[in-house]
Ligand binder design. Structure first.
Ligand code: PLP
Length: 399
């Protein structure tokens, strides 16, 4: 039996710097700790709990599914209602060109599937990725991510990957007929919420179309309502050839998906046969919670969310310590002077009941990405706590 001592040793720990809080339960925008403290979740488990923790509709969908069946068999060999429902619900809010969904278990797997799909459909090998991009940690996803320090210890990466500058018109000229795909986050997350210009996104879309290159948009973090519209590409009036989703898609359960046209997906299924399979992809439990999450997405009050997030941004911008706030919807980076100030703020805010968090590759900023369902009182309380934390940080820096 596991003793308390063994648990304290952190047998499943993945970092040397754990937050060292024990979770008892979580509901809505609040995480309740073992010691009785309540923490406002201002990061949604890195963009996962976008519909709040333990949403009753998601919990009910899961209970119903548990009563019916768990795993039976993978992909299409058996028709499963929860899979059909999740796929139909997703396609109903996507452009008609995206009418085939491939469910996997994580964001990185969705990226790998999309990269394989692009090579298979175009019979080309080269992939163009973007400086500052983050796509996950499998070999494929890591290879198209740009942080060199995270890749070097595992080299060599998947070959034939190039990088171009983000939001740079000149860089688009390097995309030619030798490329299978360009992969970009519609809004870069780990780079500290970098929002491209509408003009650049249009030019990127046009260049890909002109050269027969597939445009893969990674909306694993910025999709599912995070930016104030159901999908971030809607801000730019473009459509991807392949869309990658994850995180909030599963309603709190592990799930990823890549979405494209039936014609392309057929190619992946037939050449070779079962060209991309995984035992648990499209598992009935995440599919059931995903179908519930997708129906919640349709009900999000985006104007209210925009107002609350906008007020937060104004309060942050007014603080002497804040250098910049980059925001689209409820996807926010608050930039401070340096990494030390960020570390102070993360620690101080948590002690006072507010969870904000770091970016992997942007040390001088912290992330804010609350549940999209957070009510205005909780937004206000979180904003006050944030201001108190910044005041405390300013005091330390002035002494
Ligand atoms: C933009 C983006 N793409 C891909 C991933 C990888 O997703 P996962 O961690 O589920 O593999 C992440 C995870 O943070 C992400 O933010």
């Amino acid at each position: 039996m596991l003793t308390e001592q063994l648990l304290n040793d952190g047998l499943a720990q993945t970092t040397l710097h754990p937050l060292n809080i024990r979770v008892k339960s979580a509901s809505g925008s609040i995480i309740l700790l073992d010691d009785g403290r309540e923490v406002i979740d201002f990061v949604s488990g890195i963009g996962v709990s976008s519909f709040g923790h333990s949403h009753p509709e998601i919990i009910q969908a899961l209970k119903n599914q548990i009563d019916q069946h768990l795993h039976v068999m993978v992909y299409g060999e058996m028709r499963q209602e929860s899979q059909d429902l999740a796929a139909a619900s997703l396609c109903s809010i996507l452009p008609s060109s995206m009418d085939a969904v491939y469910f996997v278990n994580s964001g990185a797997e969705a990226i790998d599937g999309a990269l394989k799909l692009s090579r298979n459909c175009t019979k080309r090998t080269r992939i163009m990725a973007v400086e500052g991009g983050y796509h996950g940690n499998t070999f494929g996803a890591l290879s198209v991510s740009s942080n060199e320090a995270r890749k070097a210890p595992f080299a060599p990466m998947v070959p034939d990957v190039d990088f171009m500058e983000w939001n740079d018109h000149g860089a688009l000229q390097t995309i030619d007929e030798s490329f299978a795909a360009v992969i970009v986050e519609t809004v870069q997350g780990d780079a500290g919420i970098r929002i491209p210009s509408v003009k650049w996104m249009h030019a990127l879309r046009n260049r890909c179309t002109e050269k027969g290159v597939l445009l893969i948009l990674d909306e694993i973090q910025c999709g599912m309502g995070r930016t104030g519209k159901p999908f971030a590409f809607e801000h730019f009036s473009i459509e991807p050839d392949v869309l990658c989703l994850g995180k909030a898609l599963g309603g709190g359960l592990p799930m990823g998906a890549f979405v494209s046209s039936k014609a392309r997906m057929r190619q992946l299924a037939t050449s070779p046969e079962l060209g991309h399979i995984t035992t648990f992809g499209g598992h009935p439990l995440p599919c059931a919670s995903s179908a519930a999450a997708l129906s919640l997405l349709k009900k999000i009050d985006f104007p209210a969310m925009e107002e609350r997030a906008g007020n937060f941004q104004s309060r942050m911008m007014a603080h002497e310590l804040v250098q910049d706030v980059r925001r689209i919807g409820a996807y926010i980076a608050v930039e401070l002077k340096d990494a030390a100030s960020v570390a102070f703020c993360v620690d101080h805010a948590l002690k006072n009941g507010l969870l904000i968090y770091y970016f992997l590759s942007t040390p001088n900023a912290f992330r804010v990405a609350p549940p999209l369902t957070m009510d205005s009182d909780t937004w206000l309380k979180a904003t006050e706590l944030m201001c108190q934390t910044l005041d405390a940080c300013a005091l330390i820096e002035s002494t």
